[in-house]
Write a protein of this length. Structure first.
Length: 262
């Protein structure tokens, strides 16, 4: 399954060339199951906030309903899929942005082998938004790969951990789940997990996490819309136990998160 629609139709050649040239915009990615999405309201809020920041464009209820219609149209009757919704500039700068909806096959949420992660002193531009300025994080992944690692974990000049390249990170200290507090994207999956953990009475906290604290952690996991609990085997030279209970707690919480119909 592959489909790309611009404002509800297949883009023309000139539009495709324009889209390939522009390096400005923002997006959200979601997993659709049974024509429903976990955290749909959070995805819409993310898009609305970024539209106001990057385009000065404020979405209203009618805009949200139109957007949902564009997603359903791009799905073309499919009920399970991976969907990316992007807002990209029009050729006429004074008009609201175009809506680009990309549909691909549904991604499995089964964890991959535990990741070996390398810290990297990079911080995304506008870290609170999910935008298309991704060359820096891609370069961080390539640097990590060249050094023998699978991915990169960003740290600030104060050595405090923020986020992974395309994921949030959670740690476990044996008693509670710890989410780093730093300039970063508040991922939809992370927010939903925090709510579910609270509902399940699972202890968690949000606080600054220094790289020097890593040896005191018993487990670590990467969290995003594809996988809510991807185990991390190590960060730099600090290894984590393969049988730590962190991923189990996260997966149990994720199973309790309800779906919202598109």
């Amino acid at each position: 399954m592959r489909n790309i629609e611009l404002n509800g139709r297949a883009p023309g050649l000139a539009e495709t060339q324009r889209l390939a040239t522009w390096q400005y915009g923002h997006f959200t990615s979601m997993q659709v199951r049974g024509l429903a999405v976990r955290g749909l309201a959070l995805h819409l809020a993310r898009l609305a906030d970024a539209n106001e920041e990057f385009y000065g464009y404020r979405m209203d209820v009618d805009d949200e309903q139109r957007l949902l219609g564009l997603i359903r149209h791009a799905l073309g009757g499919e009920v399970d899929a991976s969907v990316r919704v992007a807002f990209v500039p029009r050729a006429e700068r004074d008009l609201p942005p175009d809506v680009l909806v990309s549909v691909t096959d549904p991604a499995s949420d089964a964890p991959r082998p535990p990741l070996r992660v390398r810290t990297d002193g990079y911080r995304r531009d506008w870290p609170e938004h999910k935008h298309t300025a991704t060359m820096g994080l891609t370069y961080a992944v390539r640097r990590a790969g060249a050094a023998g690692y699978d991915d990169a974990l960003f740290t600030g000049p104060d050595n405090r951990i923020s986020e992974g390249t395309t994921w949030n990170v959670a740690f476990f200290d044996g008693d509670q789940i710890i989410w780093p507090q730093a300039p970063m994207l508040k991922g939809v999956t992370m927010v939903l997990l925090q709510i579910a953990l609270s509902m399940n009475a699972t202890p968690w906290t949000l606080r600054p996490v220094d790289v020097a604290e890593l040896p005191s952690m018993t487990g670590a996991a990467a969290v995003n819309s594809i996988c809510p609990a991807q185990p991390i085997a190590s960060v730099d030279r600090v290894a984590f136990s393969a049988d730590d209970k962190l991923t189990g707690l996260l997966r149990d919480a994720w199973q309790s998160v309800p779906f919202d119909t598109l």
